[in-house]
Design a protein around this ligand. Structure first.
Ligand code: BGC
Length: 473
């Protein structure tokens, strides 16, 4: 190690320790999650509690569903329009068009955003289904995946509770997002009926059930670890105490026994009773538009990992430990000074760099942040990257273990359980799923539970699931 780095590495070691998540924290997290989930289901929590939103999705597909449906999917980064052909044999075909959401639309007005979304649906229908629209006497059914917390009032209506993941369009909060999309589609004379509203996690749960997870047990959870994070599962009607008794009665008469719950686990432990909180987490929260909310998400999901690391680097620089060639904050490369400019994709490359003197990391930091580094600095940055990602993956085990416990999913001999997951972090971040499993083994489920748990990627799940919802309407 070159001279002058002793203090840096001492500090890095301290931070690595601080970011370590112990078995004790994981188990306390699982207990707290179960407590908050039960409160959420009974309607006994305030706006900072765990939302546990009833979705009005009351049946889980078995793979025999058939039809051609449209799906529109507003995630954290992209908007996708697809047509999904469900073949009725657990398989589907998908045609899709994906467009990045323009940054200025993320903080403009709801009219601007929804008019843009409708125009993308119009263009898609024109390109792929023009002939059918001429001959059809009815409108195409569309399932709308809207990946933000929505207070759902029926399968095809729900008002936005608050924005997450960097969106900030105040006039949209409290409005019915289905009506917003439908109005703009109608204005643009698009022959499409928005017939279902689904969170991306609900879509993932349904899609994974449709494609036949049976080989590895029943699918219990659909979850996303991408720009944001969240999970959905199927709950017994009688446990959802906050549902209107009249609704429960009428559902029971139809033979319904369960309803899918969108937990919005991004908002787990907003009160920070168990979640580890470094000074960097506090700064990151202060930079967001939903301060004090989604505190779990802000430690776990892709949007935040790079920003946490960036805050650490800035701090170590200000203490004269790192990037010493820059004498002041203002002289640091512009991109390193820009919030949110360090993406989790860069972290994923640093994470697995095993080249001599971390040359691959050098290239990455040069290309993405215009940041020259010494080999020692890169080693420090790699250690910190691994600490941030490991904390994220370990914390990710909490809601999974808690929901499997809450639903008594491991009851019975040899029961295997499937969890359908989607999102850039769980799909592409090296080692994320393995670290998450290691952490599950440290929870109350132990290594026995971990061995019987299968976490599988549900590719395109959110769109396919929205189409399945539209079909059931
Ligand atoms: C949203 C959820 C969504 C998750 C994953 C969160 O920020 O609140 O509704 O499911 O991101 O996309």
């Amino acid at each position: 190690m070159g001279s002058g780095y002793t203090e840096l590495f001492e500090e890095v070691d301290k931070l690595v320790d601080e970011f370590d998540v112990t078995a004790e924290t994981l188990q306390a997290g699982v207990d707290l999650f179960i407590e908050l989930a039960q409160k959420g289901l009974s309607g006994d929590s305030d706006e900072h509690g765990l939302p546990m939103i009833p979705t009005y999705v009351t049946s889980i597909p078995d793979g025999s569903e058939k039809g051609v449906l449209l799906a529109a999917d507003l995630g954290g980064t992209n908007f996708r329009v697809c047509s999904v052909t469900l073949n009725g044999d657990h398989t589907f075909n998908l045609i899709q068009q994906k467009s990045p959401i323009p940054i200025d639309l993320m903080s403009g007005t709801s009219d601007e955003l929804f008019s843009y979304l409708a125009s993308k649906v119009v263009a898609f229908v024109k390109e792929h289904h023009e002939e059918e629209t001429k001959s059809l006497d009815h409108k195409f059914k569309l399932g709308f995946t809207f990946s933000f917390p929505v207070d759902q009032t029926s399968l095809n209506s729900g008002s936005l509770m608050r924005w997450t993941k960097g969106f900030d369009i105040p006039d949209c909060v409290g409005k019915d997002v289905v009506a917003l999309l439908q109005n703009h589609l109608d204005e643009q004379k698009c022959p499409v009926q928005v017939s279902a509203l689904a969170n991306d996690t609900v879509g993932t749960l349904l899609a994974r059930s449709y494609t036949g997870s049976n080989k590895e047990g029943t699918t219990v959870i659909g979850c996303i670890f991408g720009t944001g994070t969240n999970g959905a599962y199927n709950e017994k009607l009688e446990n959802i105490k906050k549902l209107d008794p009249a609704v429960v009665e009428s559902l029971k008469k139809k033979g319904v026994t369960h309803m899918v719950i969108n937990t919005e686990w991004g908002s787990f432990d907003n009160a920070l009773k168990v979640l580890p909180t470094s000074k960097y987490d506090t700064i990151v929260d202060s930079l967001t538009s939903n301060k004090g909310f989604h505190m779990f998400e802000k430690r776990v999901s892709g949007m935040f990992l790079g920003e946490i690391l960036r805050q650490i680097l800035i701090d170590l620089h200000s203490r004269g430990l790192l990037l010493k060639q820059y004498s002041t904050y203002d002289s640091l490369p512009h991109r390193l000074r820009t919030p949110w400019d360090l993406s989790s994709e860069v972290l994923s490359l640093i994470e697995i760099d095993d080249s001599t003197k971390l040359k691959a990391t050098e290239l990455q930091l040069n290309q993405t942040l215009r940041l020259p580094t010494t080999p020692e600095e890169r080693l420090a940055i790699q250690k910190l990257t691994r600490a941030v990602s490991r904390r994220s993956a370990y914390l990710a085990a909490i809601p999974i273990a808690a929901l499997l416990t809450l639903t008594e999913s491991f009851k019975g001999h040899h029961v295997e359980v499937d969890v359908g997951a989607d999102g850039s972090v769980v799909e592409f971040y090296p080692g994320f799923r393995t670290m998450m499993r290691d952490a599950v083994a440290l929870t109350q489920l132990g290594s026995k539970g971990e061995r019987r748990l299968h976490i599988n990627i549900a590719k395109d799940g959110s769109s396919v699931g929205a189409a399945l919802c539209a079909l059931s309407e």
